[in-house]
Design a protein around this ligand. Sequence first.
Ligand code: MN
Ligand code: MN
Length: 489
Amino acid sequence: MAKGNEAYDIWWHKAEAVEKKAAFDFCGDYLAFLDSCKTEREVTAYTVALLEKNQFKPLDKILTGAKNQAGSCLLQPGDKVYLDVRGKAVLAAIIGKEPAAQGVNAVASHIDSPRLDFKQTPFYEDTYMVLAKTHYYGGIKKYQWVCLPLALHGVVFLKDGGKVEINIGEKEGEPCFVITDLLPHLAQKQMEKKVAEAITGEGLNVLLGSLPAEKAGGEDNEKDEGEKDEKECGQLVKANLMRILKETYGIEERDFVSAEIEVVPAQPARDVGFDRSLIGGYGQDDRVCSYAALKALLDIEGIPQKTAVLYFSDKEEVGSQGNTGAQSANLGNFLAELCAATTESYNDLMARRCYAASHLLSADVAAAVDPNYKDVQDPLNANYIGKGMVLEKYTGARGKNGGNDANPEFIAALRQLFDGEEIAWQTGELGKVDLGGGGTVAAFMANMGMQVIDCGVPMLSMHSPFEIVSKGDIYNTYKAYKAFLQSYK
Ligand code: MN
Ligand code: MN
């Protein structure tokens, strides 16, 4: 496979032309996926639709319909099922030849990304403009979110249970939104502050409009209107926004109490570089690994020996808590259901044995060496753009705190699998020991007793509105996930 300079060991240099083309082709649909999936709900809807198209059946409906048929297996090898968890997380599986109680092969990623959320009472008027208060979600550098075209994605639930979906700012001809910043002419004090303090959380207010409501009535009402104007002084622009929201969506200010409105960058994902080898776009942490994992599951050939499981969880960027996060019982419950549905006499021990016998790839992005900031990495233990999928034995901060530390027995078995399939992979840490750190969902699954390791796509500008990854690394990550789901023993 290798030709010429062995020291120049990036995948692009070693790969055959047909493989390089396959990498570019693989990423063709990925750009469209990123553009239509900017929130965890949108990823869930996209994923469920694609699973349905590929003959996956909803597990909850299968179970409901089969309540009175005890004594026979509900699922057979080759059956495909999925579970939509509150519209914000997804589990899917292809039933293998072996009983699920003997362990499954799983890939777990997260589908939430850093962003700004509307507060529940968002709207206010100031200096003849109407704005929305936000509370940021996940680890952002606040200065990256000003003077950037923004879109609003989300849902509003009405008091009567009705649901209104909002998606504005993406399509050609639609307006976008923005957070303003101070002109340099008057920013002397701001520029002297630390970067972390120059833009504040309470300062991330989204500009929504500047037109006042039109005056009602004619000449006769002039005096009444005058009195009214006085009362509403400073609120006419907000009143106009409320009118627009009512007319366009049928929603009122109070409805935002039961809403989730996410403010995200409005620009589309794009090829980056003269050679088009890179992709830039919002939310690739961790939708790049999610997309690779979803494609890997769909591309499994025949019936796998072990049940293949995909888990898209929410809330990773804020610690994975909650009933859609990876710390929930969702994965454990799903595996228990699979055990129960593939045996005639289920008991609780089967699920416990399944967890302990399972292997899981924690599919999340890794930090790549940035040529502008090389000093944050130990070059011997760093990840590089173009060298393929990253295997990370551990994450965490300071003394590996909060991370999973994969067992070398598992890593050895993965080396054999990936090398056998000629998959380009590398290994490295997040960055230098004393500089910081971070975690993934890995530890939560390892707590269940599974063999778990972090592995995913190396990335530049992580958590920014325009994250950068290599097409070659995405393709090799997809191939690794597929090989693992298909044939890890
Ligand atoms: Mn991540
Ligand atoms: Mn992240």
